[in-house]
Design a protein around this ligand. Structure first.
Ligand SMILES: [Zn+2]
Length: 264
């Protein structure tokens, strides 16, 4: 089979094992079905901005042309720094976008990816966000009416918890389980009163298993900025990474908007 088109980040579905599909042009390829098989990804030397569609020689901020990176609301400062979101004050690159992306219910979560980390996302992005980060377990700790408050809670908790995943460690294996309920109890003690009111009582934990035959050992990261062909046996998928034989990995999300031909 052969497909070509601009690729987007993989979509996922939480089942016993995560089910992944890769959007390419107008098609959707079920990726976990290709594990154990030979696949070939061929970059056709064209990148189209994921926001405006125009050709761009270089991708900024995972898929944008420079103009959109600077102006598009989906590349706003508040995407990376939620506590700096000003949409609740009526200030944003595009208020219509912010109404749907910033002024909606958000959650603060603890996730175990390579390590225990704190993060935030829109409530509608659960469990997608956790899967994209390669977390093996995650729990919602707070729900807030907008992005700014979630970001403020996260910023406070960053004194005690990392907000980062080590992608190499995440890909090399699964982390030791963490007592997420115990951590939430600690957080209840730590948070100032004006933020404590957003904590939720529900302690449901999402357990996430990834389709992996073989973890990479000494990781070699492939990118279409250095080579136009990545091929071999697909041995697993975790986060937004395809894992290939000989410990090679490729971050699909980083290549949003790249024009690629895939065959298997
Ligand atoms: Zn653009």
């Amino acid at each position: 089979m052969k497909y070509s088109g601009n690729i987007e980040k993989m979509r996922s579905n939480l089942a016993d094992e995560v089910q992944y599909s890769l959007p390419i042009g107008d098609s959707l390829i079920l990726m976990e079905k290709l594990i154990g098989k030979q696949i070939s990804l061929h970059f056709l030397n064209q990148i189209n901005c994921v926001s405006c569609g125009k050709k761009t020689n270089k991708s900024f901020g995972q898929g944008f042309c420079y103009n959109c990176f600077v102006n598009a609301p989906e590349a706003s400062e508040c995407v990376l720094h939620p506590d700096k979101c000003k949409a609740h004050l009526g200030i944003s690159r595009n208020m219509e976008w912010s109404v749907n992306h910033c002024l909606t219910q958000h959650i603060v979560y603890l996730a175990n990816s390579s390590n225990l980390k704190v993060g935030i996302t829109r409530k509608s992005q659960v469990p997608t966000r956790w899967i994209d980060q390669g977390a093996t377990e995650a729990m919602i700790i707070a729900e807030t009416p907008n992005r700014h408050i979630a970001g403020t809670i996260e910023k406070f908790l960053m004194q005690y918890y990392s907000d980062k995943t080590s992608w190499q460690a995440m890909l090399k294996g699964n982390p030791k389980p963490v007592d997420l309920v115990g951590e939430k109890t600690k957080i209840r003690e730590l948070l100032p009163n004006e933020l404590k009111k957003y904590l939720i009582d529900c302690n449901d934990i999402a357990q996430i298993n990834y389709p992996i035959n073989k973890f990479p050992v000494k990781i070699k990261s492939e990118t279409f900025d250095k080579t136009d062909r990545v091929e071999g046996e697909l041995t697993g998928i975790k986060g937004q990474y395809l894992i290939l034989d000989n410990s090679r990995v490729i971050n699909i999300r980083k290549h949003r908007g790249y024009l690629v031909e895939i065959s298997y």
